[in-house]
Design a protein around this ligand. Structure first.
Ligand code: CP
Ligand code: NVA
Length: 310
Protein backbone atom coordinates (compact mmCIF):
# COMPACT_ATOMS: atom_id res chain seq x y z
CA UNK A 1 0.00 0.00 0.00
CA UNK A 2 0.90 3.68 -0.13
CA UNK A 3 2.10 4.26 -3.72
CA UNK A 4 2.67 7.96 -4.45
CA UNK A 5 -0.20 8.34 -6.94
CA UNK A 6 -3.22 6.67 -5.42
CA UNK A 7 -5.57 4.73 -7.67
CA UNK A 8 -9.16 5.97 -7.44
CA UNK A 9 -12.45 4.47 -8.53
CA UNK A 10 -14.53 7.57 -9.18
CA UNK A 11 -16.09 6.62 -12.50
CA UNK A 12 -16.38 3.39 -14.48
CA UNK A 13 -14.74 5.37 -17.27
CA UNK A 14 -11.54 5.50 -15.13
CA UNK A 15 -11.12 1.80 -15.91
CA UNK A 16 -9.79 0.04 -18.97
CA UNK A 17 -11.79 -2.95 -20.24
CA UNK A 18 -9.10 -5.24 -18.80
CA UNK A 19 -9.24 -3.55 -15.40
CA UNK A 20 -13.01 -3.80 -15.18
CA UNK A 21 -12.96 -7.46 -16.18
CA UNK A 22 -10.24 -8.03 -13.59
CA UNK A 23 -12.25 -6.38 -10.79
CA UNK A 24 -15.35 -8.40 -11.70
CA UNK A 25 -13.30 -11.61 -11.77
CA UNK A 26 -11.75 -10.71 -8.40
CA UNK A 27 -15.25 -10.08 -7.00
CA UNK A 28 -16.08 -13.68 -7.91
CA UNK A 29 -12.82 -15.00 -6.46
CA UNK A 30 -13.28 -13.02 -3.22
CA UNK A 31 -16.84 -14.33 -2.99
CA UNK A 32 -15.45 -17.87 -2.79
CA UNK A 33 -12.75 -16.86 -0.30
CA UNK A 34 -15.17 -14.95 1.95
CA UNK A 35 -17.77 -17.73 1.87
CA UNK A 36 -15.16 -20.33 2.82
CA UNK A 37 -13.65 -17.97 5.40
CA UNK A 38 -10.27 -17.95 3.67
CA UNK A 39 -9.78 -14.30 4.42
CA UNK A 40 -7.17 -11.96 3.07
CA UNK A 41 -5.17 -9.62 5.32
CA UNK A 42 -4.59 -7.05 2.56
CA UNK A 43 -5.99 -4.20 4.68
CA UNK A 44 -4.36 -5.31 7.92
CA UNK A 45 -3.59 -2.20 9.97
CA UNK A 46 -5.50 0.02 7.52
CA UNK A 47 -8.42 2.30 8.23
CA UNK A 48 -11.10 2.75 5.57
CA UNK A 49 -13.20 5.87 6.03
CA UNK A 50 -16.77 5.89 4.76
CA UNK A 51 -17.79 9.50 4.30
CA UNK A 52 -21.51 9.48 3.55
CA UNK A 53 -23.64 12.54 2.75
CA UNK A 54 -26.68 10.35 1.99
CA UNK A 55 -28.32 7.29 3.57
CA UNK A 56 -27.25 3.78 2.58
CA UNK A 57 -28.08 0.25 3.64
CA UNK A 58 -26.19 -1.97 1.20
CA UNK A 59 -23.20 0.09 0.10
CA UNK A 60 -22.30 1.25 3.59
CA UNK A 61 -22.67 -2.17 5.18
CA UNK A 62 -20.95 -4.01 2.34
CA UNK A 63 -17.93 -1.70 2.44
CA UNK A 64 -17.74 -1.92 6.23
CA UNK A 65 -17.92 -5.72 6.17
CA UNK A 66 -15.60 -6.02 3.15
CA UNK A 67 -13.04 -3.91 5.03
CA UNK A 68 -13.29 -6.27 8.02
CA UNK A 69 -13.01 -9.34 5.78
CA UNK A 70 -9.81 -7.90 4.29
CA UNK A 71 -8.37 -7.32 7.77
CA UNK A 72 -8.92 -3.56 8.01
CA UNK A 73 -11.01 -1.27 10.20
CA UNK A 74 -13.96 0.71 8.81
CA UNK A 75 -14.61 4.21 10.15
CA UNK A 76 -18.10 5.50 9.31
CA UNK A 77 -18.29 9.27 8.95
CA UNK A 78 -21.73 10.74 8.48
CA UNK A 79 -21.27 14.14 6.82
CA UNK A 80 -24.05 15.49 9.02
CA UNK A 81 -21.91 14.77 12.09
CA UNK A 82 -18.69 16.23 10.75
CA UNK A 83 -17.68 19.89 10.83
CA UNK A 84 -18.58 19.81 7.12
CA UNK A 85 -22.16 20.31 8.29
CA UNK A 86 -21.06 23.56 9.97
CA UNK A 87 -19.27 24.88 6.92
CA UNK A 88 -15.75 23.43 7.08
CA UNK A 89 -14.61 23.17 3.46
CA UNK A 90 -14.31 19.76 1.80
CA UNK A 91 -10.67 20.47 0.98
CA UNK A 92 -9.74 21.01 4.65
CA UNK A 93 -11.73 17.96 5.73
CA UNK A 94 -10.06 15.83 3.06
CA UNK A 95 -6.54 16.94 4.02
CA UNK A 96 -7.09 15.94 7.63
CA UNK A 97 -8.94 12.69 6.87
CA UNK A 98 -6.16 11.74 4.46
CA UNK A 99 -3.66 11.95 7.29
CA UNK A 100 -5.63 9.42 9.37
CA UNK A 101 -7.18 7.09 6.80
CA UNK A 102 -5.74 4.75 4.18
CA UNK A 103 -8.75 4.67 1.83
CA UNK A 104 -11.81 6.92 1.56
CA UNK A 105 -15.15 5.63 0.31
CA UNK A 106 -17.50 8.53 -0.38
CA UNK A 107 -21.23 8.82 -1.05
CA UNK A 108 -21.88 12.41 -2.09
CA UNK A 109 -24.30 14.76 -3.77
CA UNK A 110 -21.75 16.01 -6.28
CA UNK A 111 -19.09 14.09 -8.18
CA UNK A 112 -16.89 17.21 -7.79
CA UNK A 113 -16.75 16.55 -4.04
CA UNK A 114 -15.12 13.17 -4.71
CA UNK A 115 -12.65 14.73 -7.12
CA UNK A 116 -11.73 17.27 -4.45
CA UNK A 117 -11.41 14.61 -1.73
CA UNK A 118 -9.13 12.61 -4.02
CA UNK A 119 -7.00 15.64 -4.84
CA UNK A 120 -6.63 16.84 -1.25
CA UNK A 121 -6.50 13.63 0.77
CA UNK A 122 -3.71 11.94 -1.18
CA UNK A 123 -5.53 8.65 -0.52
CA UNK A 124 -7.34 6.29 -2.88
CA UNK A 125 -11.00 7.33 -3.14
CA UNK A 126 -13.91 5.08 -4.14
CA UNK A 127 -17.21 6.50 -5.36
CA UNK A 128 -19.98 4.90 -3.31
CA UNK A 129 -22.61 6.84 -5.34
CA UNK A 130 -22.71 10.41 -6.58
CA UNK A 131 -25.07 12.46 -8.69
CA UNK A 132 -23.55 11.06 -11.88
CA UNK A 133 -22.37 7.51 -11.12
CA UNK A 134 -22.53 4.41 -8.94
CA UNK A 135 -19.46 2.49 -10.16
CA UNK A 136 -19.22 -0.13 -7.41
CA UNK A 137 -22.88 -1.00 -8.04
CA UNK A 138 -21.97 -1.66 -11.68
CA UNK A 139 -19.02 -3.86 -10.62
CA UNK A 140 -21.18 -6.12 -8.44
CA UNK A 141 -23.98 -6.08 -11.01
CA UNK A 142 -21.58 -7.41 -13.65
CA UNK A 143 -20.64 -10.22 -11.23
CA UNK A 144 -24.34 -11.07 -10.89
CA UNK A 145 -24.86 -11.02 -14.67
CA UNK A 146 -21.81 -13.23 -15.18
CA UNK A 147 -23.10 -15.67 -12.57
CA UNK A 148 -26.62 -15.93 -13.98
CA UNK A 149 -25.93 -15.53 -17.69
CA UNK A 150 -22.47 -17.07 -17.90
CA UNK A 151 -20.81 -14.19 -19.77
CA UNK A 152 -20.87 -10.45 -20.19
CA UNK A 153 -19.78 -10.10 -23.81
CA UNK A 154 -22.81 -10.21 -26.10
CA UNK A 155 -25.31 -10.11 -23.22
CA UNK A 156 -28.18 -7.66 -23.71
CA UNK A 157 -29.27 -5.50 -20.79
CA UNK A 158 -32.37 -3.31 -20.99
CA UNK A 159 -32.43 -0.53 -18.42
CA UNK A 160 -35.95 0.82 -17.98
CA UNK A 161 -36.53 4.11 -16.17
CA UNK A 162 -34.53 7.11 -15.05
CA UNK A 163 -31.27 7.90 -16.87
CA UNK A 164 -29.57 8.37 -13.51
CA UNK A 165 -26.29 7.54 -11.72
CA UNK A 166 -26.96 3.79 -11.77
CA UNK A 167 -27.92 3.88 -15.45
CA UNK A 168 -24.79 5.89 -16.31
CA UNK A 169 -22.42 3.43 -14.65
CA UNK A 170 -24.20 0.49 -16.31
CA UNK A 171 -23.91 2.11 -19.73
CA UNK A 172 -20.17 2.60 -19.25
CA UNK A 173 -19.62 -0.84 -17.69
CA UNK A 174 -21.66 -2.57 -20.40
CA UNK A 175 -19.72 -0.70 -23.08
CA UNK A 176 -16.36 -1.68 -21.55
CA UNK A 177 -17.30 -5.36 -21.37
CA UNK A 178 -18.83 -5.76 -24.83
CA UNK A 179 -22.45 -5.92 -23.69
CA UNK A 180 -25.43 -4.52 -25.57
CA UNK A 181 -27.12 -1.97 -23.33
CA UNK A 182 -30.41 -0.28 -24.15
CA UNK A 183 -31.77 2.47 -21.91
CA UNK A 184 -35.48 3.32 -22.20
CA UNK A 185 -36.43 6.58 -20.50
CA UNK A 186 -39.21 9.14 -20.86
CA UNK A 187 -38.49 12.48 -22.51
CA UNK A 188 -36.34 14.70 -20.33
CA UNK A 189 -35.05 11.81 -18.20
CA UNK A 190 -32.66 10.17 -20.67
CA UNK A 191 -29.02 9.63 -19.70
CA UNK A 192 -27.06 12.76 -20.67
CA UNK A 193 -25.69 12.96 -24.20
CA UNK A 194 -21.94 13.30 -23.32
CA UNK A 195 -22.06 10.16 -21.19
CA UNK A 196 -23.96 8.26 -23.89
CA UNK A 197 -21.39 9.37 -26.48
CA UNK A 198 -18.56 8.23 -24.20
CA UNK A 199 -20.24 4.84 -23.72
CA UNK A 200 -20.83 4.50 -27.48
CA UNK A 201 -17.20 5.21 -28.27
CA UNK A 202 -16.05 2.65 -25.66
CA UNK A 203 -18.51 0.09 -27.04
CA UNK A 204 -17.08 0.50 -30.54
CA UNK A 205 -13.75 -0.81 -29.26
CA UNK A 206 -15.17 -3.82 -27.43
CA UNK A 207 -17.87 -4.94 -29.87
CA UNK A 208 -20.66 -3.86 -27.54
CA UNK A 209 -23.51 -1.50 -28.33
CA UNK A 210 -25.36 1.34 -26.63
CA UNK A 211 -28.84 2.49 -27.57
CA UNK A 212 -31.03 5.13 -25.92
CA UNK A 213 -34.69 4.53 -26.76
CA UNK A 214 -38.12 5.70 -25.68
CA UNK A 215 -40.18 2.51 -25.74
CA UNK A 216 -39.64 0.10 -22.81
CA UNK A 217 -41.20 -2.77 -24.81
CA UNK A 218 -38.74 -2.24 -27.61
CA UNK A 219 -35.88 -2.10 -25.07
CA UNK A 220 -36.74 -5.42 -23.42
CA UNK A 221 -37.61 -7.35 -26.62
CA UNK A 222 -34.23 -9.09 -26.84
CA UNK A 223 -33.10 -8.58 -23.25
CA UNK A 224 -31.20 -11.14 -21.21
CA UNK A 225 -31.44 -8.74 -18.27
CA UNK A 226 -34.16 -6.19 -17.47
CA UNK A 227 -32.90 -3.63 -14.98
CA UNK A 228 -34.64 -0.82 -13.16
CA UNK A 229 -33.95 1.68 -10.39
CA UNK A 230 -35.97 4.22 -8.43
CA UNK A 231 -37.78 7.04 -10.22
CA UNK A 232 -36.81 9.54 -7.51
CA UNK A 233 -33.17 9.41 -6.48
CA UNK A 234 -31.85 10.73 -3.18
CA UNK A 235 -31.87 14.52 -3.32
CA UNK A 236 -34.70 14.69 -5.90
CA UNK A 237 -37.59 14.38 -3.43
CA UNK A 238 -39.05 17.75 -4.45
CA UNK A 239 -39.61 16.41 -7.99
CA UNK A 240 -41.53 13.37 -6.76
CA UNK A 241 -44.94 14.23 -8.20
CA UNK A 242 -43.76 15.15 -11.68
CA UNK A 243 -41.43 12.17 -11.79
CA UNK A 244 -44.17 9.73 -10.82
CA UNK A 245 -46.26 11.14 -13.66
CA UNK A 246 -43.42 11.00 -16.18
CA UNK A 247 -42.40 7.41 -15.37
CA UNK A 248 -45.89 5.86 -15.10
CA UNK A 249 -45.51 3.77 -18.25
CA UNK A 250 -41.95 2.71 -17.34
CA UNK A 251 -42.91 0.27 -14.58
CA UNK A 252 -41.28 -3.15 -14.73
CA UNK A 253 -44.35 -5.36 -14.32
CA UNK A 254 -45.62 -8.68 -15.63
CA UNK A 255 -47.06 -6.91 -18.69
CA UNK A 256 -43.67 -5.52 -19.69
CA UNK A 257 -41.98 -8.86 -18.90
CA UNK A 258 -44.30 -10.51 -21.48
CA UNK A 259 -42.43 -8.47 -24.11
CA UNK A 260 -39.08 -9.83 -22.89
CA UNK A 261 -37.65 -13.27 -23.71
CA UNK A 262 -38.73 -15.99 -21.25
CA UNK A 263 -35.21 -16.46 -19.91
CA UNK A 264 -34.71 -12.80 -19.05
CA UNK A 265 -33.79 -12.00 -15.46
CA UNK A 266 -34.83 -8.89 -13.56
CA UNK A 267 -32.39 -6.74 -11.63
CA UNK A 268 -32.89 -3.81 -9.27
CA UNK A 269 -30.05 -2.19 -7.34
CA UNK A 270 -32.46 -1.65 -4.40
CA UNK A 271 -34.00 -0.04 -2.42
CA UNK A 272 -37.13 -0.89 -4.43
CA UNK A 273 -40.47 0.88 -4.37
CA UNK A 274 -43.04 -1.82 -5.02
CA UNK A 275 -45.91 -0.50 -7.12
CA UNK A 276 -43.78 2.28 -8.62
CA UNK A 277 -40.74 1.31 -10.73
CA UNK A 278 -41.34 -2.42 -10.14
CA UNK A 279 -44.27 -4.52 -9.02
CA UNK A 280 -44.13 -6.84 -6.02
CA UNK A 281 -44.84 -9.95 -8.13
CA UNK A 282 -41.91 -9.24 -10.46
CA UNK A 283 -39.47 -8.34 -7.66
CA UNK A 284 -40.43 -11.48 -5.74
CA UNK A 285 -40.92 -13.60 -8.84
CA UNK A 286 -38.82 -16.36 -10.45
CA UNK A 287 -37.08 -14.02 -12.85
CA UNK A 288 -35.82 -11.67 -10.12
CA UNK A 289 -32.15 -11.89 -9.14
CA UNK A 290 -32.30 -8.71 -7.03
CA UNK A 291 -31.47 -10.54 -3.80
CA UNK A 292 -28.39 -12.23 -5.23
CA UNK A 293 -27.51 -8.84 -6.71
CA UNK A 294 -27.75 -7.27 -3.26
CA UNK A 295 -25.55 -9.96 -1.71
CA UNK A 296 -22.95 -9.53 -4.44
CA UNK A 297 -22.38 -5.93 -3.38
CA UNK A 298 -20.20 -7.31 -0.57
CA UNK A 299 -17.85 -8.99 -3.04
CA UNK A 300 -17.85 -6.01 -5.41
CA UNK A 301 -16.90 -3.80 -2.47
CA UNK A 302 -14.06 -6.14 -1.47
CA UNK A 303 -12.70 -6.24 -5.03
CA UNK A 304 -13.00 -2.45 -5.37
CA UNK A 305 -11.03 -1.95 -2.13
CA UNK A 306 -8.43 -4.45 -3.28
CA UNK A 307 -8.14 -2.69 -6.66
CA UNK A 308 -7.39 0.75 -5.21
CA UNK A 309 -4.86 -0.39 -2.61
CA UNK A 310 -2.82 -2.78 -4.73
N1 CP B 1 -27.89 -0.22 -4.10
C1 CP B 1 -27.45 0.64 -3.15
O1 CP B 1 -26.50 1.43 -3.38
O2 CP B 1 -28.13 0.57 -1.98
P1 CP B 1 -27.90 1.50 -0.70
O3 CP B 1 -28.42 2.88 -1.03
O4 CP B 1 -28.66 0.84 0.39
O5 CP B 1 -26.42 1.56 -0.42
N1 NVA C 1 -30.46 6.21 -8.12
C1 NVA C 1 -30.59 5.93 -6.71
C2 NVA C 1 -29.74 4.76 -6.35
C3 NVA C 1 -29.85 4.33 -4.91
C4 NVA C 1 -28.94 3.17 -4.60
C5 NVA C 1 -30.23 7.16 -5.91
O1 NVA C 1 -29.28 7.86 -6.28
O2 NVA C 1 -30.92 7.44 -4.92
Amino acid sequence: MGSSTPRNLLSVADLSPEELEFIVARSGALKKRIKSRRLSRLLSGSAVGLLFEKPSTRTRTSFEVATLKLGGAPVYLSASELQLSRGEPVKDTARILGSYLDVIVGRVYSQDTLVEIAARSGRPVINALSDTEHPTQAVSDLLTIKEVKGALRGTTLAYVGDGNNVCNSLLLAGALTGMNVLAASPEGYEPKAPLVEKAKSLAKKTGGSIEVVRDPKYAVAAADVVYTDVWVSMGEEKEEEERHRAFKSYQVNSGLMKSAPKGAVVMHCLPAHRGLEITDDVLEGKQSVAWLQGENKLYGAAASLEFVVR
